[in-house]
Every structure is written in structure tokens, then in C-alpha cells.
Design a protein around this ligand. Structure first.
Ligand SMILES: [Zn+2]
Length: 380
């Protein structure tokens, strides 16, 4: 059977070269510049077409977690896809090394099948001073031998490791990650400004949820925030849910880093896409009330219930970020960071047809992933 061809017509298409009304043609799984003459035409006048979102940091959703078995992984993945995330790096949380290496095995199969874009290990190599919703008893120093164990267990599918680089072994671990083509992310850290600069010099390129789980910006102790924001080599993750960051802090970061160096992430946990209740984040219990997830014990913020369609809408309707800059932060930058720019991150011919349909209010009306509708089109 010949691959199906569809031409999406009449919509404002957001492209790296600019935004304007034009046709977007899909042939099979990919975008094409030359659709066959008998291609089906679909009128999307009054809508926006943007690339599918790329989430670098996501623990789960739909009541299921990426720390669970294959069924749970599928459920969490499906939930985020229906909210526009067509590429997702699955994040683990601090746990026993044995549990993490086993989970790496589960997730690496999904990555090999192209269902997820790899694994992000958040912990156990983080600071007890900034542990957030990670289990203190299970934290450990970033001994390169242990870091190596996780890389090996992921069978080539480790994409990112978040670590407190100021801890013993931290800088050597950054170098080890870089050698293996794994992103070294600075986070859950108590580092000083100088220590953070040293980690960036060693090759760290991502700030794990900037501002959250690190010392605040001080005028005599600028800390990691200043070091990460000022360095053109670093991409800063921001959780744009209105809870994790004051709007002014978000604006400050966005302006300082520039749209090219921001990646909006969810840091989502199980409750994303469902609602309030009691959940697990790795081994810890979490209560979700009013969409805010907090540890049952101690009350630390424990991930988010965010989905990237909400992060996008908030960016353009509340934060005053342009559609193009929001696309940069949610699609382009994370795609480049993952080394996948040739396949995803923009609506250019030859790339996967990962296409989101938004209405004039920036509400998500359809999600196409690799040419198939994973959220069926709902037109008014
Ligand atoms: Zn996280």
C-alpha cells in the first residue's frame, strides 16, 4: 500500500525562516516538499501549525511513571503525546543503583524502538542540601565508576545525567559523561558560582530546572544561577507552570539566556494529565492538590503536573513570549541538544511529520506524530 499523503492548508505555519500561511505536506511519516497530486487536502484555516514538543525532563503522567514497568511507561508516554510531546526523554529519580540499572534496561528498549528519545538519570549523584523530592538515604557521591554503571546499563541510550558537580568525583564524572556523548546537567546542587564555572569548563551544558533545587541568586554569592545564565554554552531548563518560578524569574532567565538557550521542560510526575490525589515519585509519597505536587513528608515541591501544551500556552499568553521564541524553547533547542535536529524540531521537508495544530487561543486541537494522528483533530 502506498504511504498516505495529506496537505494541511490554510494554517499559519511556524518555520525557522518565519511564520506565514502556507501548505504543509505530509507523506508517510515525513514532511515533504513535493506531495503527490492526489494527496488529501485538509483545510486548517485559522489555526497554527508548530513542531511537536521535545521534553528533556519528564518522570511520568497519566497516573504512571517512567520508573515503572513497560505498561506504565507506555501509559505515561501516551499521556504526554496527547498533550503535544512527540519526543520525550524519560527521567528516573534517585533510587538504589540496582533499581536504576534495572530501570535503564526497561527504558533502553523503548529508546531502541524509537518510542522515547533516551534516558535522563536525575540522581542519585545529587546534593543532600538540595535534594528536593529525592530520597536522602539513597543519595551518593558522583563516583565515576557508578556513573559508568548507569551509562552501561542504558546500552547507548543514556542522554543526560543530572549531578551536583561540586561533590567528590563531580568534575571527573562530567568529563566521563562528555566522553560518552551524554549530556552532563548541573542540578540539585549546592555549588558556588566558581564551582559551577569549573563544571561548565569540564563540559557540563545543561542547567537542570534553573532556580529550583539550587542556591538562590545572591548579590555577593551569585551561585550557580549566575554562572549558568551567563555562559553561552549552557542551555537552561525552566519549568513554566506558574508554581516553580515566579513570572519575573522566568522573564529574567529568558531575557538573559535568550530564546536560543532556554528549554521548557515539564519535570512531570504521575499526576500530569490526571489531577489531584496521592501518588508515588520513585520511592516517595506525593500529594497533589490544586495541581501542585508536594512530598507528603516535609512538603517539598515534587515535580510538576505540567504538560508542554500548557507550558506553551502560558509562554505566549501570560509570559509575553512570542510564538516563534516559544517554539525555539520547546522544539528547536531540545532537538538540537539531543543531536536530532536533522529529524525533529522544525516543520521542514525531510523531517518527521511531528505536527501540532493549535487554535487562535493556543489550545491544542490535534497532534500528529510521524504522520499519524495521536490526538485526533478536533476542529470547531
Ligand atoms: Zn525531575
Amino acid at each position: 500500500m502506498a504511504a498516505e499523503s495529506t496537505v494541511l492548508t490554510g494554517a499559519q505555519v511556524v518555520l525557522p525562516s518565519g511564520t506565514g500561511v502556507q501548505d504543509l505536506a505530509v507523506h508517510g511519516a515525513r514532511i515533504t516538499a513535493a506531495p503527490p497530486p492526489d494527496a488529501r487536502r485538509l483545510d486548517l484555516t485559522g489555526h497554527y501549525l508548530i513542531p511537536g514538543f521535545v521534553d528533556l525532563h519528564n518522570h511520568g503522567g497519566g497516573g504512571a511513571s517512567f520508573s515503572g514497568g513497560p505498561e506504565a511507561v507506555r501509559k505515561a508516554l501516551h499521556t504526554h503525546r496527547t498533550h503535544g510531546t512527540t519526543t520525550l526523554v524519560a527521567s528516573t529519580v534517585t533510587d538504589d543503583m540496582d533499581v536504576l540499572t534495572r530501570q535503564a534496561g526497561v527504558l533502553s528498549e523503548f529508546a531502541e524502538d524509537g518510542e522515547i528519545a533516551g534516558i535522563h538519570f536525575e540522581g542519585p549523584f545529587i546534593s543532600p542540601c538540595r535534594k528536593g523530592a529525592h530520597s536522602e538515604a539513597l543519595l551518593r557521591h558522583p563516583d565515576p565508576a557508578d556513573v559508568r554503571k548507569l551509562i552501561d546499563a542504558a546500552r547507548g541510550q543514556a542522554r543526560m545525567v543530572t549531578l551536583a558537580t561540586e561533590l567528590p568525583g563531580g568534575i571527573d564524572s562530567v568529563r566521563l559523561l562528555v566522553e560518552h556523548g551524554v549530556i552532563a546537567a548541573i542540578g540539585h546542587t549546592d555549588a558556588t558560582y566558581e564551582q559551577t564555572r569549573e563544571a561548565i569548563e569540564a563540559g557540563a551544558t545543561v542547567a537542570t530546572h534553573l532556580f529550583n533545587a539550587m542556591p538562590p541568586l545572591g548579590h555577593r554569592a551569585p551561585g550557580p544561577v549566575a554562572a549558568l545564565l551567563e555562559d553561552p554554552r549552557v542551555t537552561v531548563e525552566l519549568i513554566n507552570d506558574g508554581t516553580h518560578l515566579h513570572p519575573a524569574a522566568l522573564e529574567l532567565a529568558f531575557r538573559l539566556a535568550g530564546a536560543e538557550r532556554v528549554a521548557f521542560i515539564t519535570d512531570a510526575m504521575d499526576a500530569a494529565g490526571i489531577g489531584d490525589g496521592r501518588y508515588l515519585l520513585g520511592p516517595l509519597e506525593v500529594d497533589v492538590a490544586g495541581g501542585v505536587a508536594r512530598l507528603t513528608e516535609g512538603g517539598a515541591i515534587a515535580g510538576s503536573t505540567l504538560t508542554l501544551d500548557r507550558a506553551f500556552k502560558r509562554a505566549v499568553t501570560v509570559d509575553g513570549i512570542t510564538v516563534e521564541d516559544a517554539v525555539q524553547a520547546l522544539c528547536v533547542n531540545p532537538a538540537r541538544l539531543l543531536g536530532r535536529w536533522d529529524e525533529i524540531g522544525s516543520l521542514e521537508p525531510g523531517k518527521f511529520a511531528d505536527v501540532l495544530v493549535l487554535d487562535q487561543n493556543f489550545d491544542l486541537k490535534g497532534v500528529m506524530r510521524q504522520g499519524s494522528w495521536v490526538k485526533p483533530l478536533q476542529l470547531a
